[in-house]
Design a protein around this ligand. Structure first.
Ligand code: SF4
Length: 372
């Protein structure tokens, strides 16, 4: 298959592994954070950690959109469906994420709430068109990658005059989270030497927005694709930067990412959304300017303004280490619940549910290598 097999070629992988082994200075450590959950899964699925020298270590970051959503926002969505009687449309991974009091969207659906799994924003719009007498809310989540389609849905709803459609907006922004991780790195946080930058997010925002990482924090960034050879080549690029004392934003994923990104998608986002003053991230707390709300021109499509919901304090599941894992300071196998109480069939935290979650990656591809 063109453009897939080439990036999984075994001989090329061997060559890259040898180049990394030759480049890695045995007298120093290379602690490289892969921001994206997609990279975490590539690393485990293809056994990339085993191809690295012992002093080259991958540290998992907060780049899983389902994992970073705080439980209170899922409680909010459940309340919309159960108390306001709306049809709530969302993506499958969110359905099983534990919310407060051991609730989840799936359990609320089983109890009778009208919660639908969808594959795209088009599905949510179609559901709204088919039942004009019923309020339909799209539970929007994700980083900059999934934000433009939500903007398109808002514009389509506006153009069609769909009065029964609204958006519960939970879109978050990558650079503020990266800034927080780096600002807290060190003795109180994770120790990092370089960053494997996200792929799909960078397709939208470009490589320029990462310039603050070398400038303010003195760490190199390499935007990395999701295929195994992408990750290996990016790792080699980071190691070479560190060895040479360089500190730059480099782009390995040139087949998709440009310096300026997708201008059309950015314009859509700028038209439909505005930054929130603050937004809570699971594991990282409340971060300023780190998420989006609907712009005032689209306020009539904002489910938070259309339906009044009050959510009390929501406590994490006792023993779940998702917050520390999302900060990069712990690994899934540091969690006492991993593989015992918590499995993909019976998840206790978001990191075990999501297809980009670190715990799901350890369980699916790596659990037999860990004696826990
Ligand atoms: S194993 Fe389960 S309980 Fe532990 S951190 Fe991961 S998701 Fe949370």
């Amino acid at each position: 298959m063109k453009y897939i097999d080439e990036f999984r070629d075994r001989d090329l992988a061997r060559g890259l592994a040898a180049a990394i082994a030759a480049a890695a200075d045995p007298t120093r450590q290379y602690r490289l954070m892969e921001f994206c959950g997609g990279h975490t899964h590539a690393i485990f699925r293809y056994g990339l950690a085993d191809l690295m020298p012992a002093n080259v270590r991958f540290i998992h970051g907060p780049g899983c959109p389902v994992c970073v959503l705080p439980m209170a926002r899922i409680d909010h969505a459940i309340t919309l469906a159960t108390q306001h009687g709306v049809t709530l449309c969302t993506y499958a991974d969110l359905m099983r994420v534990p919310a407060g009091e051991r609730r989840s969207l799936l359990k609320a659906k089983a109890a009778g709430a009208d919660i639908r799994m969808i594959y795209s924003t088009s599905d949510a719009l179609r559901i709204a068109r088919e039942d004009p007498g019923r309020q339909v809310v799209f539970f929007a989540i994700g980083f900059e990658t999934t934000t433009p389609p939500t903007a398109v849905a808002a514009k389509v709803a506006r153009a069609e005059g769909l009065e029964n459609f609204s958006i519960f907006c939970n879109h978050v922004l990558t650079p503020p989270a990266l800034r927080t991780i780096l600002a807290t790195a060190g003795p109180d946080g994770v120790r990092l030497d370089g960053i494997l930058g996200p792929s799909h997010v960078s397709t939208v925002i470009g490589s320029q927005p990462y310039g603050f990482v070398p400038q303010l924090f003195g760490k190199p960034v390499v935007i990395a694709g999701f295929e195994p050879l992408d990750v290996m080549q990016s790792t080699l690029m980071l190691i070479r930067q560190l060895n040479e004392g360089r500190c730059e934003v480099e782009n390995q994923y040139t087949r998709t990412v440009t310096a300026e990104g997708n201008r059309k998608a950015q314009a859509l986002m700028a038209e439909v959304f505005r930054p929130r003053e603050t937004f809570e991230w699971r594991g990282l707390g409340f971060l300023p300017d780190s998420a989006l709300r609907l712009a005032d021109d689209y306020a009539d499509l904002d489910a938070e303004r259309r339906f009044a919901v009050t959510i009390g304090e929501v406590r994490e599941v006792k023993g779940c280490e998702c917050p520390a894992i999302l900060r990069g300071v712990k690994e899934p196998t540091d969690c006492k619940l991993f593989g015992t109480v918590c499995t993909p069939d019976n998840p206790m935290g978001s990191c075990m549910v999501s297809s980009e979650g670190a715990c799901a990656a350890y369980w699916s591809y790596g659990r037999f290598r860990y004696d826990h």
